[in-house]
Design a protein around this ligand. Structure first.
Ligand code: IPE
Ligand code: IPE
Ligand code: MG
Length: 240
């Protein structure tokens, strides 16, 4: 349980690298896709916990630009799962006050997936209890390249003086422009790397790695992560 004194230290924005679905399935003699399906339940659990704890932004890394390189069968199953979940869960999310947003390059998705995402974003646009940001066909390097390309276009058209470009200009050109930087980044499955996730935005995030595989991630695990976060001393390069 998160105690009252720790309530003050609830992270405003939690970002999660949901990893380990494949291993969870393989350990049970199941297909990898069954691990992804099981991961959806962990998303529901985590979202419920985040709502109860007062987290305002929850970003979930669901599909990286590198994940297209997986077997077609797995990619197809994931696309189908995204469509089904986003469409199926939207009414409930709306009722809970959850605004659905997406980061990543959506132009590579099929029309069906793009429509499902746009519909969910539109249907929940006025919800303000928690913003659920889905990172789909996302990678930081791709996001930064797309942002720099857009800024270079503005500079070439004479709309932006190169000397005026600063951290704020670049941050405002990223997919995450409308959201605060993550306070806490959690990665499940025991891997201690960021795998191209929110590299710019996580400059001063607290990082937490847990061996738990994503489908096993529970409300207790989420609370443990928040307790650990509450114990951290964030200095942002300053002295106390
Ligand atoms: C994370 O689980 C989900 C996606 C990347 C889509 P993985 O599928 O990477 O699971 P492992 O790492 O192989 O166990
Ligand atoms: C990161 O997991 C991407 C997502 C969780 C969507 P991966 O399983 O793709 O990353 P690596 O290959 O272990 O670095
Ligand atoms: Mg993985």
């Amino acid at each position: 349980m998160v105690t009252t004194s720790e309530q003050k230290r609830i992270p405003q924005h939690v970002a999660i690298i949901m990893d380990g679905n494949g291993r969870w399935a393989e350990m049970r003699g199941k297909e990898r896709c069954e691990g992804h399906a099981a991961g959806v339940e962990a998303v529901r659990t985590t979202l419920g916990a985040a709502l109860r704890r007062g987290v305002k932004y929850l970003t979930l890394y669901a599909f990286s630009t590198e994940n297209w390189g997986r077997p077609a069968e797995e990619v197809d199953a994931l696309m189908e799962l995204f469509c089904r979940c986003v469409a199926g869960e939207t009414p409930e999310l709306r009722a809970q006050g959850v605004r659905i947003r997406m980061i990543g390059d959506r132009t590579r998705f099929s029309e069906g997936v793009q429509r499902a995402l746009a519909d969910a974003e539109r249907a929940t646009a006025d919800c303000d209890r928690l913003t659920l940001v889905l990172a789909l066909n996302y990678s930081s390097r791709d996001e930064i390249v797309r942002a720099v390309r857009a800024l270079a276009g503005r500079a070439a058209r004479g709309e932006l003086a190169p000397a005026s470009l600063d951290e704020r200009t670049l941050a405002a050109a990223l997919d995450t422009a409308a959201y605060p930087d993550p306070d806490l980044v959690i990665r499940t499955s025991g891997e201690c790397r960021l795998s191209n996730f929110l590299l710019w935005q996580s400059s001063y995030a607290e990082l937490l790695f847990t061996p738990v595989l994503w489908p096993d991630f529970s409300e207790e695990e989420f609370d443990r992560a928040l307790e650990e976060y509450a114990r951290r001393d964030r200095r942002f390069g300053l002295v106390r």
